[in-house]
Design a protein around this ligand. Structure first.
Ligand code: 3PG
Length: 206
């Protein structure tokens, strides 16, 4: 499995409402030491934002998140995504995700879902919504029976608890909106975003 995210322990999950903010956002994150981003397909400007990042921020590892359908998979591939993230897996989505060569991080919430994803070829998964389904205690508990599956928790991850996750051997990264919330992006508060990124990278135990 790809080690694309080997140097990316903290991945900002962003919803970009105005694609004109995409490049400023990436520059702020990169100045804060973050080199990977998950742009969610939750806004009408998401694809435009992805195009901007692809064009102007070639060193940013570009993930597309909230991938829900086979169409989302092909659109993301067409736009040059580096990795794909989904909140869960359905039979149709699984088939589409298996057909791509990109790094895929499918969402799982239970050991059975993680095993199903593993069986489908995905040994890196996302735990979602991490805080609500058991948090770091869940990931710690599944390590002994499933040491080959590693997790990126998202949902409820913040600076204060990210190392509860990152200190576990079966966690390769954490994701979250706290670094670059939609409100901060809309306000073009690059200074705060850069500071949040720097704090996360400086404190990360991975
Ligand atoms: C998401 O997909 O929205 C992520 O899980 C982020 O959740 P957060 O807002 O709790 O960081």
């Amino acid at each position: 499995m790809s080690d694309l995210l080997a140097n990316s322990p903290v991945i900002p999950v962003v919803a970009i409402e105005d694609s004109d903010n995409a490049v400023g956002l990436c520059e702020a994150l990169q100045e804060g030491g973050i080199n990977a981003i998950e742009v969610t397909l939750r806004t009408s400007d998401a694809i435009k934002a992805i195009k901007q990042i692809k064009k102007h921020c070639p060193n940013m590892i570009l993930g597309v998140g909230t991938v829900l359908t086979p169409d989302d998979v092909s659109r993301s591939e067409d736009e040059g995504a580096d990795f794909l993230v989904s909140p869960g897996l359905s039979p149709k989505l699984q088939k589409a995700l298996q057909s791509t060569n990109l790094l895929v991080l499918p969402g799982t919430a239970t050991p059975s879902e993680a095993l199903t994803a593993y069986e489908a070829g995905f040994d890196k998964v996302k735990l979602f919504p991490a805080g609500a389904v058991g948090g770091a205690a869940l990931i710690k508990s599944v390590y002994a029976p499933m040491p080959n599956i590693s997790y990126m928790p998202t949902g409820g991850v913040r600076l204060a608890n990210m190392n509860d996750y990152l200190s576990l051997p079966n966690v390769y990264a954490v994701g979250g909106t706290w670094i670059a919330s939609t409100a901060l992006i809309n306000a073009r508060d690059w200074k705060t975003i850069q500071g949040n990124a720097r704090d996360a990278m400086d404190m990360s135990k991975k």
